[in-house]
Design a protein around this ligand. Structure first.
Ligand SMILES: [Fe+2]
Length: 208
């Protein structure tokens, strides 16, 4: 199967966008599974402001749906990472974490990066694709990426770029890239998942 991938360069940084194969068909099942998890577990504090953040080891779940999802993210992620890294290496790639974010009305995610993980990303399970409000090009629930060298004008156009998520979409970006999620103002929760990848070569060759 062929997957259409856009490589959106911003500030000299690759941000890959693709449809995760099969996610649209299974997203309602996945939404229900994640809402059930939220009802069962308290969640943890990370970048989430008022939102629920699951534990980050959902890639180790015995749930067949989460196992299927983990495999889809891994297969696409490895392809994109190998492309970005320029080939010439068979460095092992590990999916090191996977978690869910459920943002109710007013919830948001503060600016953060995913270091020391080399690559990170997110998928959208149940989001408002056409938010009505808009201010300065930013919609409620948008994901916003920050220029790592935020010099702004006159050197660069803008120090941030924002995307309005669509269900079934995956973004993948370097773990150093700062980002945040704008406050969500819908009664229906905004449901997404996020993940980190590690590169075996880095783990064994870079001093820490
Ligand atoms: Fe993040």
């Amino acid at each position: 199967m062929t997957t259409q991938v856009e490589n959106r360069w911003h500030f000299g940084v690759p941000i890959f966008e693709a449809q995760l194969p099969g996610l649209l068909e299974k997203r309602e099942l996945l939404r229900d599974r994640l809402l059930a998890l939220q009802a069962e577990e308290e969640g943890v504090a990370r970048s989430n402001q008022r939102g629920w953040h699951s534990r980050d080891d959902l890639h180790k779940s015995s749930d067949p749906l989460l196992q299927w999802l983990t495999e889809q993210i891994y297969q696409l992620g490895v392809q994109l990472i190998r492309h970005a890294e320029g080939g010439g290496t068979e460095s092992p790639v590990f999916l090191s974490s996977l978690w869910a974010n459920i943002n109710d009305f007013g919830a948001w995610n503060a600016p953060h990066a995913h270091l020391p993980c080399e690559w990170s990303g997110c998928i959208y399970v149940d989001v408002e694709e056409s938010p009505s409000e808009e201010s300065n090009g930013i919609h409620p629930g948008d994901i916003m990426f920050f220029d790592p060298v935020p010099v702004g004008a006159p050197y660069r156009k803008s120090s941030t770029v924002s995307y309005t998520p669509r269900n079934g979409t995956l973004y993948l970006f370097p773990g150093y890239l700062m980002h945040m999620v704008a406050p969500h103002y819908e009664e229906k929760p905004r449901i997404s998942m996020a993940f980190n990848f590690r590169l075996g070569d880095v783990l064994t060759s870079v001093a820490r």
